[in-house]
Structure formats: structure tokens, C-alpha cells
Ligand binder design. Structure first.
Ligand SMILES: NC(=O)c1ccc[n+]([C@@H]2O[C@H](COP(=O)([O-])OP(=O)(O)OC[C@H]3O[C@@H](n4cnc5c(N)ncnc54)[C@H](OP(=O)(O)O)[C@@H]3O)[C@@H](O)[C@H]2O)c1
Length: 333
């Protein structure tokens, strides 16, 4: 059975506190001058936490912002309008735990002929245990991993994210977590299979699914950029964010974690800075598969870079999607 780096939420939070005090190598590269005028930015999970802060920041910098979420529609969009002073913000419904919703979302963007320059795959959940989705998978597996495969494949195959010949290239940023480091291995026996588990396996799975996500993003970058870079696909861990990520934790644990978050975790607006930097800075133009842990360039877990592992994960993911997604043909090549 695969194991993530942590099984205890308080230990995981202590690692976050350590990150809070870590040196930020590239922080001085963050600039208000990196504008986003004329660019279209899509953010998933944009109604809350980091995603919301990113929506405000990109709107302030002149982008057309497409906020995708499953709740607070249209209130979250209205708040982004007010906080940024921009009218160029729209909200779309997207429930990543429902495969059909992902297809409808991309179909709507495609029909509106929207061309996304920067796509931030941010949404994720941290659940206290297993939960079965309508399509039969574990909810955290579907939302934190598999939905990102379907969404990225659809956005690319429908050309909502265009492959560009010239600079600036389109960018996809996967919001990850440095907790993926040290997750044991991708377990293909249990891959996509639903089974019951509780709090500690839930915490372990959160970091394990980020290992799986990073391995997919790396394989996507490998396959997309054969010969030359045509699409920049980068990954970033925002570090500890005082967000709503623990809202589903059991109540006592939630009170403890929220108190830790308030005192020593970064505000979403501050945590958004390295993400904005990575999305807009010329430092990341023409390259792919870079990883930042906040403002620190780093290597991901070595397993993420193994081409054999990437190929196997890709094939297993497509095999699973062929079996569970009635509209698989929309993105299979
Ligand atoms: N918080 C941290 O310390 C930390 C550290 C490292 C990495 N991260 C990563 O940062 C990203 C943002 O998390 P956050 O901390 O900002 O947490 P958050 O405030 O809970 O935001 C998560 C977002 O994902 C959305 N989401 C969850 N399930 C969804 C679904 N089925 N369909 C569509 N959207 C869904 C949530 O929508 P609802 O509001 O409707 O639930 C919310 O908008 C995540 O990828 C997380 O793994 C966070």
C-alpha cells in the first residue's frame, strides 16, 4: 500500500511552521511590474483560499480572470471584482468530483472560444476519510489527481489552452505540496480502486496524491514538449496557507489546526506571491517542468522524474478513464 509522508495532521502542520520560517531565495524577483494585461487566466478552486487570492491578484494586474468553482457563485466573483477594481472577472461552475461537470465546463469555454494563456490547477480537498463519488472512485483521488488529468487533456485537445509557436507560451501551473517528497511509490494495485479509510490514511493520501499529480505533470511536459518547449508546465508548492483546507477535519482537530494556521501560516495573499511570480515572470518562459517550493527552486521527489514511472502512470490513468468516463473519446488520441 502506498504511504504519503505524513499520517498525523499536527506533525504535518509542524512541517508547515518550519516552511513559514524558511529563507525565500527568489522573493526579490517578485514584482508588481509583471503585468497580465491581455492575458486570460483560468484558476480552479478560485472561490476560496489561495485560488481566491490568485484571482484578485491576476485581476489587479489586468488579466481576464476565469474563476472555476463549485460554490460561492457568483459571490466570490463579485468580491474579486470589488477587491481588484476589475470588471474582467467571470465565474464558472466546475465540480471536479463529477466527471460530467468537467466536460460541460470545457465545452462552455470552447463554445465561447476562450483561449487560456495561464491555467492554474489549484483545487484540492483534504478529507478526513474515504468518500465514494458517483463514478465509483475515492473523492480525494478524483479531485486531487484524476480530475486534473481529464481537465488538462480536455483543455489541450479542445485547444482552449493553445500551443503557441512564439513567446509567450501558454503556461499550466499545478499547485502541489512539498509533502509529496517521501511518499513511498505509486501503487498500481490500489490505483483508482475505492476502499474505506480514516483520518491518518486520509492525511497520508493527500501527500501521496500530490506525488501522483507531480508524476503526471512531468509526463505531460515530457510528451508535450518533445524536441522543443511548446507549452510551459510548471509545479509549485505555496507553502503553509491559512486557508479553508482543513474545513472537513473532525471539529476538535479543526479548532487546533485553525489556531496553528492563524498564528504561523501565511495569508492566502502572501502565499499567492510565488505562484504569481511563476505564472508571469520571464524567468519561466521557454522552459518546462520547473518546481518551486514557495520562492525556492528545488527538485521534486526523484521518483517523479522517472520516465518509466511517468509512462506507466499515463497508461494506467488512461486505462481507468476509458473504463469510467463515457466521454473518454473527447480527449483520447
Ligand atoms: N493550505 C496549505 O497549507 C497548503 C499547503 C500546500 C499546498 N496547498 C495546496 O494549495 C491548493 C489550494 O488550497 P487552499 O489551501 O487554498 O485550500 P482551500 O481554501 O480549501 O481551497 C481549495 C479549493 O478547492 C476547491 N474544491 C474542492 N473540491 C472541489 C471540487 N469537487 N470541485 C471544484 N473545486 C473543489 C474548494 O472549493 P469549495 O470551497 O467549494 O470546497 C476551494 O475553492 C491546493 O492544491 C492545496 O493542496 C495548500
Amino acid at each position: 500500500m502506498a504511504e504519503g509522508r505524513f499520517t498525523n495532521p499536527v506533525i504535518a502542520s509542524l512541517a508547515g511552521i518550519k516552511d513559514f520560517f524558511a529563507k525565500q531565495q527568489l522573493a526579490s524577483r517578485y514584482s508588481d511590474k509583471d503585468r497580465a494585461d491581455g492575458r486570460t487566466v483560468l484558476i480552479t478552486g478560485a472561490n476560496s483560499g489561495l485560488g481566491f487570492a490568485l484571482a484578485v491578484e491576476f485581476a489587479r494586474r489586468g488579466a481576464r480572470v476565469i474563476m472555476a468553482g463549485r460554490s460561492s457563485i457568483p459571490e466570490a466573483g463579485d468580491r474579486v471584482n470589488k477587491l481588484s477594481g476589475s470588471e474582467n472577472v467571470e465565474m464558472h461552475f466546475l465540480d471536479l468530483s463529477k466527471i460530467e461537470s468537467i466536460h460541460l465546463f470545457v465545452q462552455a469555454l470552447s463554445e465561447e472560444k476562450i483561449q487560456v494563456d495561464i491555467c492554474i490547477l489549484n483545487a484540492a480537498v483534504a478529507l478526513p476519510g474515504s468518500r465514494k463519488t458517483a463514478s465509483g472512485q475515492d473523492q480525494m483521488f478524483l479531485v486531487n489527481y484524476l480530475s486534473n488529468v481529464i481537465l488538462s487533456q480536455l483543455l489541450l485537445s479542445k485547444r482552449v489552452i493553445p500551443m503557441k509557436e512564439s513567446s509567450p507560451l501558454s503556461r499550466i501551473l499545478f499547485i502541489s505540496s512539498d509533502s509529496h517528497q517521501g511518499a513511498t511509490h505509486i501503487d498500481y494495485e490500489e490505483f483508482g480502486r475505492y476502499f474505506e479509510y480514516g483520518v491518518s490514511k486520509g492525511i497520508s493520501n493527500y501527500s501521496y496524491f500530490k506525488l501522483v499529480l507531480n508524476t503526471y505533470a512531468t509526463e505531460l511536459s515530457r510528451r508535450t514538449n518533445l524536441g522543443s518547449v511548446k507549452l510551459s508546465i510548471h509545479l509549485i508548492c505555496p507553502g503553509p496557507v491559512a486557508s479553508n483546507i482543513v474545513k472537513e477535519a473532525p471539529w476538535l482537530l479543526r479548532i487546533i489546526l485553525k489556531s496553528i494556521f492563524r498564528i504561523v501560516f501565511k495569508s492566502p495573499a502572501r502565499a499567492a506571491r510565488p505562484v504569481v511570480y511563476m505564472a508571469l515572470s520571464p524567468d519561466y518562459e521557454g522552459t518546462s517542468n520547473k518546481y518551486l517550493h514557495m520562492f525556492n527552486p528545488k527538485k521534486m521527489d526523484p521518483k517523479v522524474y522517472d520516465p518509466g514511472e511517468g509512462k506507466k502512470l499515463w497508461e494506467k490513468s488512461m486505462e481507468l478513464l476509458k473504463a469510467i468516463d463515457p466521454d473518454y473519446a473527447a480527449y483520447s488520441s
